[in-house]
Ligand binder design. Structure first.
Ligand SMILES: [Zn+2]
Length: 417
């Protein structure tokens, strides 16, 4: 299977992109490839796809369900009771709908943490994109529950042969306030043994830090370091409340950081110390978090929010410029997951997007990356390609109507339960 995208703009020059299988075989103008499927790229520019590094995709089911609330009240009184009713089928539909939204806004990979691994994986497989999936992992300090979760994790890991290589198994302890020290130690050794990435929420709120100090006499990063949990394979979402000693510890272990500005602003969690992270040379990626706290999965909007938040918080217009936040949203996450799609290049994975240069927000085109970060939104994405396959062309995703019908029916069933 081969695909030739003709007359497309790439870094300000018109060219053709030839895709063979799931790789970009050749980038050069005026190619003639007999037998290749042709895709007219006129009026579009090719860019790397967005890599959403922190998500709970099926939370699309809760869009607008509980807004304007305090985090702990929101979790305990609205989100967790709603989630208690979820079935694998609900999560499948919620994730499928999330994939639709992500494809329509140019995201081809998301790092997920949620209930019902198989429901998530089935949706991702069908939609043709990629995901790192971590099944929900909370023991709530109950040894019996911990033993059960450890076994479930092992069983799930052993079933991975049934999925394509578009699905990566990730282990996702929820947070230090929902997972015991014993389980965190178990996660770390299981992940190291099987060469897995770990996806966890850390230092999202001031309260989390205060409670950690009360309980362990240490701040969260110090506590995790003291139990040997940290390492290059740890992906830490939020990471707002960090002191200088914690930053040094993070650097020592090269922990990967995910910024979720919309969620952090909406839940009044705080502001990522971006300048400090840069000073320490830490890798930062971008994520939307779940729809329940965003309330969409548009990585293009997220870039703008991230940049503006830093500028106003530091009162420095130079903070988090467009190129830098664009890397957070694309290349940095791709590298963490070993996906060679952080830039559009020969030999790289055929995961890319075409943006519509006739979209009002991309005119005039003085600087495409600036337009993408500050002017555009997901609607400027014309075509999305993942693993060499066109998953959206001219804003049409095959089966879109059926997905919306199935998703609405799921919501109706959920509310009547
Ligand atoms: Zn989260």
């Amino acid at each position: 299977m081969s695909l030739l995208i003709t007359n497309v703009e790439l870094t300000n020059e018109k060219t053709d992109i030839y895709i063979e299988g799931n790789h970009i075989a050749r980038i050069a103008p005026h190619q003639n490839v007999p037998g290749a499927t042709l895709l007219d790229g006129s009026g579009t520019a090719a860019l790397p796809p967005f890599i959403n590094m922190h998500n709970h995709a099926a939370m699309t089911l809760m869009r607008g369900f509980a807004d304007d609330m305090v985090l702990q009240d929101w979790l305990q009184n609205k989100i967790w009771p709603f989630e208690a009713k979820l079935t694998e089928e609900d999560v499948y539909w919620g994730t499928k709908f999330a994939c639709l939204e992500m494809i329509k806004s140019g995201t081809t990979f998301f790092n997920d943490q949620y209930w019902f691994f198989d429901g998530i994986a089935r949706a991702v497989e069908e939609m043709g994109i990629r995901a790192g999936i971590a099944g929900a992992f909370l023991d709530l300090f109950d040894p019996a529950k911990a033993a059960e979760i450890h076994q479930n994790t092992i069983d799930q890991y052993n079933k991975m042969g049934r999925y394509s290589d578009r699905i990566q198994f990730v282990i996702g302890p929820h947070a230090i306030y929902t997972v015991s020290e014993e389980s965190l130690r178990w996660v770390k050794s299981f992940a190291d043994e099987h060469d897995l990435l770990i996806h966890i929420h850390i230092s999202e709120t001031q309260q989390e830090v205060d409670n950690c100090i009360k309980q362990h006499g240490m701040r969260p990063i110090e506590y995790l370091d003291s139990i040997g949990f940290l390492g290059t394979n740890v992906i830490a979402a939020h990471m707002i409340w960090l002191d200088e000693n914690e930053l040094a510890i993070l650097k020592k272990h090269e922990v990967k950081i995910v910024h979720n500005p919309a969620s952090n602003m909406k839940l009044s969690s705080g502001v990522l110390p971006a300048a400090k992270l840069k000073e320490y040379g830490l890798t930062v990626c971008l994520g939307t978090d779940g729809v329940a706290s965003n309330n969409n999965l548009d990585m293009i909007e997220e870039m703008k929010i991230a940049s503006l938040l830093q500028k106003v918080n530091t009162m420095d217009c130079l903070a988090l410029p467009a190129d830098e936040v664009f890397s957070w949203a694309t290349r940095n996450g791709a590298e963490v997951f070993g996906l060679d799609c952080g830039t559009v290049h020969e030999g790289g994975l055929a995961d890319l997007i075409l943006v519509d240069l006739n979209d009002i927000n991309l005119i005039p085109n003085h600087n495409l990356i600036s337009n993408m970060v500050y002017a555009a939104n997901g609607n400027c994405v014309h075509t999305t390609i993942c693993d060499g396959k066109v998953v959206m062309h001219n804003r049409v995703v095959p089966g879109e109507k059926e997905i919306i019908i199935g998703f609405r029916k799921t919501i109706k069933d959920l509310l009547s339960r």
